[in-house]
Write a protein that binds this ligand. Structure first.
Ligand SMILES: [Zn+2]
Length: 178
């Protein structure tokens, strides 16, 4: 809301329409020009747009930073899951061969349970902490959590099979089988 003083009578003239740059004074009928403030208003509009863009940029940077942290966390957890899987398969191989003492039975069972638990727990944890944001088009991505969950589940299946094959090769190289 902008109020100007009428140059003819000194009355206060209120500018209610943003697109209006000249109007009649309600007291004396003289013309009151808002031309002088036009550039000022346009400057303010531009400044507002600029501020909004800067706010968008700051929000984008914040979400990108969170996404980066999440990806680091994801990589660490996939690595941890891979290690648990390898140890579980390796332990199972040792148990199958000669380690049927109670301590190895316990260890193998524990590792297999941990493998099963983390195969679902890690994707759930990561999906819950995933930012619902698409950094490519800078837009809200409502399906990001679901996509992350199934993507990680698929990754875990590949890790599950991959570590089995690696453990099999290691066990074979150690001369436990074949
Ligand atoms: Zn007037």
């Amino acid at each position: 809301m902008i109020v100007l003083m009428c140059p003819h009578c000194g009355g206060k003239v209120e500018r209610t329409d943003d697109r209006q740059y000249a109007l009649k004074c309600p007291y004396c009928g003289g013309e009151v020009s808002f031309e002088a403030i036009r550039s000022n208003v346009e400057y303010n509009d531009l400044r507002d747009i600029n501020v909004r863009m800067q706010q968008d940029d700051a929000a984008d940077a914040d979400k990108r930073r969170k996404l980066k942290q999440w990806m680091l966390m994801r990589n660490i957890l996939v690595g941890v899951f891979g290690l648990i899987n390898f140890l579980a398969w390796f332990s199972l191989g040792y148990y199958t061969r000669s380690g049927r003492e109670p301590v190895f039975t316990m260890l193998t069972a524990l590792l297999l349970l941990l493998m099963l638990f983390t195969s679902v727990a890690f994707p759930v944890l990561l999906a819950a902490t995933r930012v619902s944001y698409n950094a490519m088009n800078r837009q809200e991505d409502k399906g990001a959590k679901i996509k992350a969950f199934f993507g990680l589940l698929l990754t875990n299946v590949l890790v599950f099979v991959g570590t089995f094959l690696i453990a099999l090769i290691v066990i074979w190289a150690l001369g436990w089988i074949g």
